[in-house]
Design a protein around this ligand. Structure first.
Ligand SMILES: [Ca+2]
Ligand SMILES: [Ca+2]
Length: 160
């Protein structure tokens, strides 16, 4: 039943895609964002899940984008944390965005984070317990996550 609901959700997203963001996605600047809470996943699984939606785990480049995501997380009233596309799995202590491999120029770590607790924390999350500031956590922890994709052009009304 759960799989069916997920399938129906995907159909809904595709069917309503036009101009701005697909149904269930939220618009900010040049991107669309989906807060995925149907099935908490580990960081790598979450990354692949986003790719099936032609998206990526969210990569946060500014305080404005960060604040948009935090405000939206609060508005959901779910007391959940959300994976973002930031990891130091390749080089400990060097956090990079997954798709660009760029250093996190902007960051919003909670005080005392990232702490690589137990030498086992390589994946970053907007963390409810830190008022949605960032924490590094065990990549295998199953939590909710945020997918991001570029806003879609409205092909029915081309301009130039
Ligand atoms: Ca680490
Ligand atoms: Ca940590």
């Amino acid at each position: 039943m759960k799989r069916l609901l997920v399938a129906l959700l995907f159909c809904g997203i595709v069917a309503t895609a036009s101009g701005a963001c697909p149904g269930g996605w939220y618009h900010f600047a040049t991107s669309c964002y989906a807060f995925i809470d149907a099935e908490p996943l580990g960081w790598t699984e979450a990354m692949f899940y986003c790719s099936t939606l032609h998206a990526k785990l969210v990569e946060i480049g500014s305080s404005a984008e960060d604040n948009f995501l935090k405000n939206h997380a609060w508005s959901l009233h779910k007391n959940e944390s959300y994976w973002i596309g930031l990891t130091d799995a390749l080089v400990e202590g060097k956090f990079i965005w997954q798709t660009t491999q760029d250093d996190a120029v902007f960051s919003d770590w909670a005080p005392t984070e990232p702490n690589d607790a137990g030498h086992l924390e390589d994946c970053a999350a907007l963390t409810f317990g830190y008022h949605y500031q960032w924490n590094d956590a065990h990549c295998s922890s199953k939590i909710d996550f945020i997918c991001e994709k570029e806003i879609e052009d409205d092909i029915s009304n081309p301009i130039g």
